[in-house]
Design a protein around this ligand. Structure first.
Ligand code: GCU
Length: 644
């Protein structure tokens, strides 16, 4: 696999460490990993390292342990020419080491006051939606835009799992410490990873363990029937409980540091406790009980809604579903049952309010789920740097206080890992924000480019910022307006189709007619969804005057001449943003064209090709959305631009 792109860990990123004398004063498997990293860098950049690893001679960098730093944490300081990293535990040592790598030469200059670093989130986790088998429509990775799975090929683990360790190394450098390896929609073949194919999970765990990453598994709620031959999967049935206990015990006998289960139940056709008139707390607690003796957790997903609704029925609101199901269960989940909630009430749209479930469940452990894979944000054909969206979400109320941050991975067997080379930045930024939600997205981007493009000069740095910093807002401008969402082609979700979901059972409507557009989710006249929020949000979202522009059509149905806070009417806003969005993509393309000789030719070529597609697609969005609303409303563009 020599031609796999090194992403943010090219050999050059280790030059500063590799040319220094480094002492590692710690033992155990993760310390061994740090030692190997140091030796690898030293072998590349200087002989001084190789002899200096264990003796107590003078060192430029000392990596040691100090209990006062806490789990995963570390302190970094520099005095009298010696940089010291003190890890709270071996994992902290590893994260501290990668901190030094990020700093490069900066880690070895001047004095440095002691800084303490510890992660905001206890668990920083990626969920892979990988399958063993290849689905005829979805491919092997559900919503994957980067080729096949890095774990499986041709129905079996990839030979040597050669990329998995490199993957773990990339993730550890961002602070990620958990990976669920298979799709939440657990099909027949993949269900068996829990039992007779468990060896495959163990082999993957062996590759990730040296980088401090625990493996988790998505399991099918009906496994006791499908795999255990029982007549039921009722969570209160004694035989079912015994089956899960025994199965889980076997998992831990095989993989002692196994992380736990991920469950999508009663959702989009997956089996769940509703079939037995049991609650989701009953279901989650059954698995939590099986996992508890081994220190494992269950991530129980809150993505439960009716996907067979009737568009004629205006009272059913998909946005309400998760709260209606789960808020009454607050306080009834065991300690090792973690409710995993998508960041918004719908489904990873470009713009959504924060899910009220996250604000409501004060007595339940929570994981907030983001989507690094760009299902609804350009499918890794469009540049869409998502860190600005995530930092807005994480800054809202108590979101950053959730114990776990989880995201659907964007990685596949593609040589750039993420299809679009610039989509690597999303993976990097996810890990960094899970560690520290307060990090500035532009600073994270600088970190990422400093390693990936090896401290680029100003022209390349400026161009990357110009292309990426605002790309999420650009994407928002040329797609569905003002938070209304969807308007994508049904099924694969790429490209515009304004009415694509309007009359479907999925509950994803915009209700545009000749007079206006938007979903009335108010208590006064609509579905009452605003009432699921605590104050002040309940009133802010309810109020036409106070609702933020960017979410207006998520909460309100308004006439086209409704005036936004920006001073523009809704219809003129739609025209203006769609023209602007497509123009911004043309500008991104022009910026990228200028740096052709500053970037590796393969990276430049791939990004150029994708920017061509992004521009084509943005223009298609612009023209379809503008034409649609011009035809519905009959209101001309006040600037007289071309609408079809
Ligand atoms: C979206 C996505 C599905 C996925 C689901 C989920 O609806 O389109 O492919 O299974 O989310 O998060 O479970």
């Amino acid at each position: 696999m020599t031609d796999v792109h090194p992403a943010w860990l090219p050999p050059e990123a280790f030059q500063a460490v590799g040319s220094r004398r480094v002492l590692v004063r710690a033992d155990g498997p993760l310390a061994e990993t740090v030692r190997e990293e140091v030796a690898r860098a030293g072998a590349q950049y200087g002989a001084t390292n190789s002899g200096g690893l264990t003796d107590e001679g003078p060192a430029d960098l000392v990596l040691t342990l100090s209990e006062s730093e806490g789990a995963d944490g570390y302190a970094i300081s520099r005095r009298d020419g010696v940089t010291t990293v003190a890890g709270g535990d071996p994992a902290g040592l590893l994260y501290g080491f990668f901190h030094v790598v990020r700093l490069g030469e900066g880690a070895f200059e001047g004095d440095r006051e002691i800084e303490h670093h510890r992660p905001a989130m206890r668990r920083r986790m990626l969920d892979h939606w990988d399958n063993i088998d290849v689905h005829p429509v979805m491919g092997q990775v559900e919503r994957g835009y980067s080729g096949g799975s890095i774990f499986w090929e041709d129905g079996a683990p990839r030979p040597g799992l050669s990329r998995v360790r490199a993957y773990g190394r990339l993730l550890a450098a961002t602070g990620i410490n958990a990976v669920a390896i298979n799709n939440v929609n657990v099909h027949a073949t993949e269900a068996r990873l829990l039992t007779d194919r468990l060896g495959e999970v163990a082999a993957i765990a062996d590759e990730l363990r040296p980088y401090g990453i625990r493996v988790h598994l998505s399991v099918n709620f009906a496994s006791p029937m499908a795999l255990g031959g029982l007549p039921t999967a009722d969570p209160l049935d004694e035989d079912v409980r015994a089956w899960w206990a025994a199965t889980t015990e076997h998992v831990y006998a095989t993989i002692p540091d196994f992380g736990g289960y991920v469950v999508k139940a009663d959702s989009e056709g997956q089996p769940g406790p509703f079939a037995y008139a049991r609650t989701h707390a009953d279901g989650a607690n059954m698995l939590a009980e099986a996992l508890a003796p081994h220190g494992g957790v269950v991530h129980w997903r809150a993505f439960v809604y009716n996907h067979r609704q009737d568009w004629r029925d205006r009272s059913t609101d998909r946005a309400r579903a998760a709260y209606d199901h789960f808020a009454p269960l607050d306080g009834r989940f065991m300690d090792n049952a973690i409710l995993q909630v998508k960041h918004g009430p719908m489904d990873f749209q470009t713009r959504e309010p924060v899910s009220p479930v996250i604000l409501a469940m004060r007595r339940t452990r929570l994981a907030v789920e983001l989507q690094v894979t760009q299902e609804y944000t350009g499918q890794q054909r469009h540049v869409c740097y998502l860190a600005p969206m995530w930092s807005e979400i994480l800054a809202f109320e108590n979101v950053a206080g959730a114990g776990d941050l989880v995201a659907v991975s964007n990685v596949g067997a593609d040589r750039f890992w993420t299809g679009h080379p610039l989509a690597q930045a999303n993976l990097y930024a996810f890990g960094r924000l899970a560690w520290d939600p307060a990090l500035d997205p532009a600073t994270v981007l600088d970190e990422w480019m400093d390693m990936t493009f090896i401290r680029p000069g100003e022209p390349l740095r400026r161009a990357l910022h110009a292309v990426m910093d605002g790309s999420w807002r650009t994407y928002e401008r040329y797609t569905a307006p003002l938070g209304v969402g969807f308007m994508v082609r049904p099924g694969h979700h790429y490209g515009p189709d304004v009415d694509g979901y309007e009359y479907t059972p999925w509950g994803t409507y915009h209700f545009a007619d000749r007079d206006g557009v938007g979903v009335d989710r108010t208590r006064a006249t609509g579905t009452g969804f605003t009432g699921q929020y605590p104050q002040p949000w309940s009133d802010v979202y309810e109020s036409l005057e106070r609702c933020p522009d960017e979410l207006l059509l998520f909460f309100h149905h308004v006439p086209y001449d409704h005036v936004l806070h920006s001073g523009s009417t809704v219809i003129q806003h739609i025209y203006d943003t769609h023209f602007a969005g497509a123009e911004e993509v043309a500008e991104m393309r022009a910026q990228w064209a200028k740096v052709g000789d500053l970037v590796a030719p393969d990276v430049h070529a791939r990004v150029t090709e994708l920017l061509d597609e992004q521009l084509r697609c943005a223009e298609e969005w612009r023209d379809q959305v503008n034409t649609y609303f011009f035809r519905k409303s009959g209101v001309p563009d006040e600037r007289g631009r071309r609408i079809f």
